[in-house]
Design a protein around this ligand. Structure first.
Ligand code: NAD
Ligand code: UGA
Length: 434
């Protein structure tokens, strides 16, 4: 059994490498030639802990290859994992143009029975469209199946999430496809959930939207905490101790970013709308999330009064720690607002500065990329904490205070203790606590 992974982005590259590590023979392919060349050299085009090591190991073992030619990858494989992007369209729906394009290529190259596996996050009923597309473009009467195997990995812990999953969801409609997919994931037999395809597709969108809801819920509670003497960290802890609620994803802050929650909550809302089910619940969660930037900027203004001509250090640019991904990162919105107001920025991130430079190139008096958090803090009027990298939790705060022109910290992720910050002499602003 040979597996092709079509689209070697954040999900596809991890999928290809981890499936190979599980002992399968895998070929990865992508329309971006540089991603394939880098993968073949053993260098991932993204930063993801543990990925490079595993990529090198499996390339060496010989059961993992990357090719430029999609036709070759399809023809030589039995199981095709489709991992292409499904970005947001203007109306909030998922853009299925890349999935459709791959389905047509599969049809043209259908030389033997294959299972087409949706790994990308897709709207419920997508399998019907893939089937229809392949059926109407295929040149022979070779049989195929479509299946759904949504991916639940998180960036920053993608490799360990893939290799230690909570659950493997498999949506199928034939015994043959079921048996093949169960065999691939035999190792996780105890965690398999086999459903029909619509259910599997919906599990993915429902899970992401629920997690996003949870974050918006605690962020709304944090707004209430700011109007009272309540402390959002303690409220979250008190809630999370109830196992029916659980403590995870109750971190109040700048809100959720990334390539998935923002788009998936809108996609599910649009799916509901199209099918006559109102999802105002999700729309409100989206609105709460968008408001997080305003709430944060209000704190910046509370601390500085006028932002114009102020020097501001910004720590943390990736949408979450342990990744270089800046898709829908709160930092981008904050930087835009600060630049509009005429601030001079000193930016720092352990991994994402290369990506951010493509949006905001270095410019004298406006944008400077610092060599370290301390370099960023040097002579700044305030320091803003946007992403909670471990290294920021361990900063020498006395040194930071000595470097800052004014000892002001606006912490968008609640990584420091307010009482300790006061003791150290900082004017400290955080989320939902005093
Ligand atoms: P990505 O943009 O990083 O990767 C997609 C890749 O597909 C790109 O490298 C692109 O060049 C390639 N591609 C596009 N069209 C192609 C084609 N016709 N043939 C071959 N390659 C093609 O996106 P991603 O973050 O990896 O997400 C992929 C899918 O997985 C999305 O549906 C996303 O919602 C879902 N997902 C993402 C994550 C995550 O953490 N990033 C987690 C779970 C699910
Ligand atoms: C998320 C899901 O956690 C994965 O299960 C899913 O596979 C993936 O989306 C996807 O479909 O792409 P990811 O976006 O990589 O994973 O990262 P998360 O750890 O979920 O964080 C998402 C965003 O929520 C980040 O911006 C993070 O800062 C924010 N967040 C998270 C909070 O604001 N508070 C929290 O308590 C947790």
């Amino acid at each position: 059994m040979k597996i092709a992974v079509i689209g070697t982005g954040y999900v596809g590259l991890v999928t290809a490498v981890c499936l190979a590590d599980m002992g399968h023979t895998v070929v990865g392919t992508d329309v971006a030639p540089e991603k394939i060349d880098m993968a073949n050299r053993g260098t991932p085009h993204i930063y993801e802990p543990g990925l490079e090591e595993l990529l090198k190991k499996n390339l060496k073992k010989g059961n993992l290859t990357f090719v430029h030619d999609l036709d070759e990858a399809i023809q030589s494989s039995d199981i095709l994992f489709v991992c292409v992007n499904t970005p947001q369209r203007e109306d909030g729906s998922a853009d299925m143009v890349y999935v459709e394009g791959v389905a047509r290529r599969i049809a043209e190259n259908l030389n033997s029975y294959k299972v087409v596996v949706e790994k990308s996050t897709v709207p419920v009923k997508t399998s019907m469209w893939i089937k229809k597309t392949i059926d109407s473009h295929k040149k022979s009467d070779v049989k195929f199946d479509v299946a759904s195997n949504p991916e639940f990995l998180r960036e920053g812990s993608a490799v360990s999430d893939f290799l230690n999953p909570d659950r493997i969801v498999i949506g199928v409609e034939t015994e043959k496809a079921r048996d093949l997919l169960v065999k691939i994931y035999q190792k996780f037999e105890d965690r398999l959930l086999v459903t029909n395809i619509d259910t599997a597709e919906l599990i993915k969108h429902s899970s992401n939207s629920f997690l996003a809801l949870k974050i918006s819920y605690i962020n709304l509670i944090s707004e209430l905490c700011e109007k009272t003497e309540a402390d959002v960290e303690q409220v979250a802890r008190g809630m999370g101790l109830d196992p029916r609620i659980g403590g995870q994803f109750l971190g109040a802050g700048l809100g959720y970013g990334g390539s998935c929650f923002p788009k998936d909550i809108r996609a599910l809302s649009k799916i509901g709308e199209d099918l006559g089910v109102r999802f105002d619940l999700l729309k409100e969660a989206d609105r709460i999330n968008l408001r997080r930037i305003d709430v944060f900027m209000d704190k910046v203004k509370e601390s500085l009064w006028i932002v114009k001509e102020k020097v501001i250090a910004v720590l943390g640019l990736s949408f979450k720690p342990e990744t270089d991904d800046i898709r829908e990162a709160p930092s981008i919105k904050v930087i835009n607002r600060l630049l509009q107001e005429g601030a001079s920025l000193r930016l720092y991130d352990p991994q994402a500065m290369g990506n951010v430079k493509e949006i905001f190139p270095e410019k004298p008096q406006q944008v400077y990329y610092a060599k370290s958090p301390y370099d960023a803090a040097d002579n700044a009027n305030a320091l803003l904490l946007i992403t909670e990298w471990e290294e920021f939790k361990e900063l020498d705060l006395n040194k930071i205070k000595g470097l800052l022109a004014n000892p002001v910290i606006v912490d968008g992720r609640n990584i420091y203790e307010p009482s300790r910050m006061r003791e150290l002499g900082f004017e400290y602003y955080s989320i939902g606590r005093k």
